[in-house]
Write a protein that binds this ligand. Structure first.
Ligand SMILES: Cc1ncc(COP(=O)(O)O)c(C=O)c1O
Length: 396
């Protein structure tokens, strides 16, 4: 495809990849991470001196802020992890026992599919995939018939990272609980952009990441663990407590947190959460929904384009995917960056089964994910760029 390089404005570098990691972050996030490293050098929970206490308090405040955001009474039930992948591994490998059966949706990310795949291949567990519609809604009738006597866990991706569809969490959790099955929610795409009331929804385990809609630095994330669920620790080691015994402590959060925490990252994450609280989750959601609606409507006007996912923007979070007839998604992503300075993500988005369900496997889609800092003008620039590309594909 021949593209006019004169249209390039690399200065702009419009960022449409917030589903991968959010950018920019609020200024306070950058400042807090730097300040933590410069001034609060103590190792949280360890030495007992003033610097350590400051670092420890800051981490506790981050835990409290997350507990408040997710409506969890006891902050010690929130443990920190490296990212959502790490949190999902801690949950799956800590919860599942030999002989268990697990139900997961076709929308799951590889951070769920791969740990489950390894356990299945090793003969430890059996699994059933819950199919979903073209719009990304899990088949609830299928779910009712999928439970087996050994089913111990239902894994639900709260929102598809490919097309943004939000799962009907309440219905699915109620269905699982009626059968005595626990529920693990992957909130990687929703924490910080959709209100999640853990207590009201009666969620058993919830994995989140800090570097997407929670607006924190990379290397942050965590897991909520309901009282009564005891996960076998994936890692054991130093916690700064009970040092006299050679067994990892039973008490939370230490039970699932071994080794020095990412204090600088968590200081930044606290500011990300503060920004969300001060701005208001509703306002963030409203802005992102309006952007998504405008993007979808304008993409739909181009007959060469197929847009995937629900028509109603209010039923989605984050990502929107499309393809252009007879073109390679990777090539379109390359042109968007090199000719227009627009950054997005193309391909399978670590969700191969979702693409199979949408009929976009193995070529994938072009994924656009605006964020809270995206402006209406950015959408217009993006749409004009796509129009130019589509016109070029017509010329061949
Ligand atoms: C639905 C979903 N789950 C899990 C992950 C993994 O998140 P992390 O990169 O924080 O490990 C992602 C990342 O894109 C995701 O979209």
């Amino acid at each position: 495809m021949n593209c006019n390089k004169d249209s390039v404005n690399h200065e702009l570098n419009l960022y449409f990849d917030n589903s991968a990691t959010s950018w920019p972050k609020p200024e306070a996030v950058y400042r807090a991470a730097e300040l933590q490293m410069r001034q609060m050098c103590g190792n949280p929970g360890r030495s007992g001196h003033t610097r350590m206490l400051e670092a420890d308090r800051l981490i506790y405040r981050t835990r409290e802020a997350l507990a408040a955001l997710f409506k969890v009474d006891d902050p010690s039930r929130i443990i920190f992890a490296l990212n959502a992948t790490d949190a999902l591994n801690i949950a799956l490998k800590g919860f599942l026992k030999t002989g268990d059966h697990v139900i997961f949706t076709a929308l799951e990310h590889n951070s769920v599919l791969r740990p489950l795949g390894t356990m299945r291949r090793n003969g430890l567990i059996t699994t059933t995939m819950l199919p979903c519609s073209l719009e990304g809604y899990p088949d609830l009738e299928f779910l009712e018939n999928a439970y087996q006597p050994q089913t111990s866990l239902l894994v639900i991706n709260h929102a598809s990272n490919v097309i943004g569809t939000v799962a009907p969490l309440r219905k699915m959790i109620e269905s699982a609980h009626k059968k005595g099955v626990k529920v693990l929610v992957d909130a990687a795409q929703t924490a910080g952009t959709i209100d999640i009331d853990i207590a009201d929804l009666d969620i058993d385990l919830l994995a989140f990441t800090g570097h997407k809609s929670l607006l924190g630095p990379t290397g942050t994330g965590g897991l909520y663990v309901k009282v009564g669920i005891d996960l076998k620790p994936l890692r054991e080691g130093g916690t700064g407590s009970h040092s006299e015994i050679d067994l990892h402590p039973e008490s939370m959060p230490e039970r699932l947190e071994a080794g020095t925490l990412n204090s600088a990252g968590l200081a930044g994450l606290l500011e990300g959460i503060n920004f969300i609280r001060e701005t208001g989750l509703d306002q963030i959601r409203e802005h992102e929904t309006a952007l998504r609606r405008s993007l979808r409507e304008q993409l739909m006007e181009m007959r060469q384009i197929t847009v995937y996912g629900p028509e109603e923007a209010a039923e989605c979070a984050g990502s929107l995917s499309f393809t252009i007839r007879d073109t390679d998604c990777g090539e379109i992503g390359y042109i968007l960056e090199n000719n227009f300075g627009i950054l997005c993500r193309t391909g399978l988005h670590c969700a191969p089964l979702a693409h199979q369900a949408f009929g976009t496997f193995p070529g994938g889609t072009i994924r656009l994910s605006p964020g809270f800092f995206t402006k209406a003008g950015d959408i217009q620039f993006l749409i004009n760029a796509i129009r130019e590309i589509v016109a070029l594909t017509e010329k061949g």
